[in-house]
Design a protein. Structure first.
Length: 338
C-alpha cells in the first residue's frame, strides 16, 4: 500500500487555470456597490484626506462619474450627503432640494439603470451629529454623555420615514436606514407604502456595530457626534447572537435586504447571518478598512491590490451577496487585468 493518500489537495492548485476552475468563491464587479459623498457647489471634486482616492463631489460631477461606473459595470451606488446647513432636526435630510434628492435625480437622468441606494440617517444633517432627535426627557432614552440630552428613539422614527419618502420621491430604488433606531424599518415601510412607493426596497443596516473603523468616514461625511458617542444605539462588538435578533426584527418589520457593518472584523456575523436568514445579504467594508490598507500601501508595507482583493474575497467567502466598498472601481479594474 502506498504511503501517500490517493487524494492530494495540492494537485488541484498546480496551475492558475486549475485553481480558477475549482474556486469556491468568485469576486465579481457586479456584486459591488460604490459609496459617493455629495456636496453642494460647482465643480467640486475634493479628495478626502484620510481616504486617498475618494472624493466629495458636487452634483455637476455626477454625469461623468456615472459614465465611469457604468463602463466598469458597477451596478449600484450608495449616497451620502453633506448638507448646506445643519440644525437640530436635520431639515435638509428630507428637503425636496436637499443634496441627496438632487443627486438621485442627476444620477437617474444620466444612468437610469444605476441602482441608487440612499443612506437614511440624520447624523450628517443634525448640528449635534447624532443619528436622531435629542430630547431632555424623552419617552425612550438612548445614549449617554451627550450634555444631559438623550436620543429619542420614537420621535426619530417619524423623521426617518420622512427622509425615506423624500428619497423615494426623488427616484431612489432602495433606502438604507443606518441609524439603528428600533422600529425604523416598520415605520419607513409603512410611510413608503402609504405614499405608493411599494416598489422601493429597504436595505436595513440590521447589524451595525459601534466601531472605531468608521473614523475616516466621519471626516468624509462631516458626521462626528459633537458630544458623546453612538454606543447607546449601535451594537456592542462583543455580541454576535444579538446581531441575529436585530436582523430577525428588521426582517419581521419588512426589510428586503440586510446589511452587516463593518465587514472585516465581523466576518463571523456575516457567516451566521448567511446561514440563518434567507435574504440578500450586503456587507459594508467601511472607511477604516480602506484607509488602513491605503496607509500601509503608501508606506510600501502592504501590496494594496493584493490585500484589497483578498479582503473583498474574504467577505464574499463569509457569505455576503454584495459588498459596499470604496475599492469598487479599482477592484473591477484589477479583476479585468487578471
Ligand atoms: C451613519 C453612517 C456611518 C457610516 C455609514 N453610515 C458612520 C457612523 O455610524 O458613525 C460609516 C461608513 C464608513 O465608515 O465607511 N450615517
Amino acid at each position: 500500500m502506498s504511503q501517500f493518500p490517493a487524494y492530494r489537495p495540492r494537485r488541484l492548485r498546480c496551475g492558475p487555470g486549475l485553481r480558477t476552475l475549482v474556486r469556491e468563491t468568485t469576486l465579481d464587479g457586479t456584486d459591488l456597490i460604490y459609496p459617493l459623498f455629495l456636496t453642494h457647489g460647482q465643480g467640486i471634486r475634493r479628495e478626502i484626506s484620510a481616504m486617498p482616492g475618494q472624493f466629495q463631489l458636487s452634483i455637476d460631477q455626477l454625469p461623468e462619474e456615472m459614465d465611469e461606473l457604468v463602463s466598469l459595470g458597477i451596478p449600484g451606488v450608495l449616497l451620502f450627503g453633506l448638507p448646506a446647513t445643519k440644525d437640530a432636526v436635520g431639515s435638509e435630510d428630507y428637503a425636496a432640494e436637499g443634496i441627496i434628492q438632487q443627486g438621485v435625480r442627476a444620477i437617474k437622468a444620466r444612468a437610469p439603470e444605476m441602482v441608487v441606494i440612499t443612506d437614511v440617517c440624520m447624523c450628517e444633517y443634525t448640528d449635534h451629529g447624532h443619528c436622531g432627535i435629542l430630547r431632555e426627557q424623552p419617552s425612550h432614552c438612548l445614549g449617554k454623555g451627550m450634555d444631559g440630552l438623550c436620543l429619542d428613539n420614537d420621535a426619530t422614527l417619524e423623521y426617518l420615514a420622512r427622509v425615506a419618502v423624500s428619497h423615494a420621491e426623488a427616484g431612489a430604488d432602495i433606502v438604507a436606514p443606518s441609524d439603528m433606531m428600533d422600529g425604523r424599518v416598520g415605520a419607513i415601510r409603512e410611510a413608503l407604502d402609504a405614499q405608493s412607493y411599494a416598489c422601493v426596497a429597504i436595505l436595513s443596516y440590521a447589524a451595525k456595530y459601534a466601531s472605531g473603523f468608521y473614523g475616516p468616514f466621519r471626516e468624509a461625511a462631516d458626521s462626528a457626534p459633537q458630544s458623546g458617542d453612538r454606543s447607546g444605539y449601535q451594537m456592542d462588538s462583543h455580541n454576535a447572537r444579538e446581531a441575529l435578533r436585530e436582523i430577525q426584527l428588521d426582517i419581521d418589520e419588512g426589510a428586503d435586504m440586510i446589511m452587516v457593518k463593518p465587514a472585516l472584523s465581523y466576518l463571523d456575523i456575516i457567516r451566521r447571518a448567511r446561514d440563518t436568514f434567507n435574504r440578500p445579504l450586503v456587507a459594508y467594508s467601511v472607511s477604516g478598512e480602506y484607509s488602513m490598507i491605503k496607509a500601509a500601501a503608501a508606506n510600501q508595507w502592504l501590496d494594496e491590490r493584493r490585500c484589497a482583493l483578498e479582503l473583498l474575497t474574504s467577505i464574499k467567502r463569509a457569505g455576503a451577496d454584495a459588498i459596499v466598498t470604496y475599492w469598487a472601481k479599482d477592484a473591477v479594474r484589477w479583476l479585468k487585468e487578471g
